[in-house]
Design a protein around this ligand. Structure first.
Ligand SMILES: Nc1ncnc2c1ncn2[C@@H]1O[C@H](COP(=O)(O)OP(=O)(O)OP(=O)(O)O)[C@@H](O)[C@H]1O
Length: 223
């Protein structure tokens, strides 16, 4: 369960929102506050006012895996292996378990061949996959992805969706500009000017957006 009360942070204002769904898509125009909401929900930023509870706890007390919009700015280590290992190492897992987790996460994401590569020498999409593998290597209780699919080709984006779907995280909070991807979520939050304009099942939210460019292309084609 994700519960937001009286939240105010920069332009984001959410008086009361409770979501009891696993895969939650956050959508909306540029500058509408999606990243700001995700930062607060993941504990990266403390809200100016109000509270966020994930699984009944503050975000700082939850194992959150974060995949940012610009992996170039967030990857810390020079070698792919060390970047993925950073999550289990920061959580003080023993070395053999860390190694096991790194290799399993890399295999799941499809980047085993990059483990010895330099982070500076891989592509933007590959960096997004490294960030996802690093997040998954820590067995997150909540996985937060900020437009993690924006640099990915269609096949890789599908693989990422599968990895996310198969993760053991209780909640996946995923901001995306792919309305087709959002249509596959369990719950959708549509933001505009810092406010939650619509929230509910994909059918509920997209029926309110049918006349806009936010309506999923796949649905338009099929209907
Ligand atoms: N660190 C910051 N300090 C002050 N204002 C900020 C900061 N980060 C974002 N903003 C402002 O908050 C607003 C919402 O930004 P945010 O990044 O949350 O939007 P977004 O919906 O994720 O946009 P996009 O789809 O373009 O990534 C923007 O107007 C932005 O200028």
């Amino acid at each position: 369960m994700i519960r937001i009360s009286c939240l105010r942070h920069r332009i984001v204002e959410i008086p009361d929102l409770t979501v009891d769904a696993r895969h939650i898509a956050v959508i909306g125009p540029n500058g509408s506050g999606k990243t700001t909401l995700l930062s607060v929900c993941s504990g990266i930023e403390e809200p100016g006012a109000g509270t966020v509870r994930l699984l009944g706890r503050p975000p700082s007390a939850v194992k959150v895996g974060w995949v940012g919009e610009f992996p170039d700015r967030t990857l810390l280590f020079s070698r792919v292996y060390d970047e993925i290992a950073s999550t289990p190492r920061f959580r003080h897992y023993p070395c053999p378990e860390t190694d096991e987790r790194v290799r399993a996460a890399a295999a799941r994401v499809g980047i085993s061949h990059l483990l010895d590569a330099k982070v500076s020498a891989i592509s933007g999409g590959e960096k997004a996959l490294v960030a996802l593998a690093a997040a998954c290597a820590g067995d997150p209780e909540v996985l937060v992805l900020d437009e993690a699919d924006s640099h990915l080709d269609a096949v890789t984006a599908e693989r990422v969706r599968r990895v996310v779907q198969e993760s053991t995280a209780a909640h996946v909070l995923w901001c995306t500009q792919s309305m087709d991807a959002a249509a596959g979520a369990d719950y959708v939050i549509f933001m505009e000017n810092g406010l939650v304009r619509h929230h509910g099942t994909p059918e509920e939210v997209f029926s309110a957006l049918e006349e806009t460019c936010f309506y999923p292309t796949m649905w338009r084609v099929c209907r």
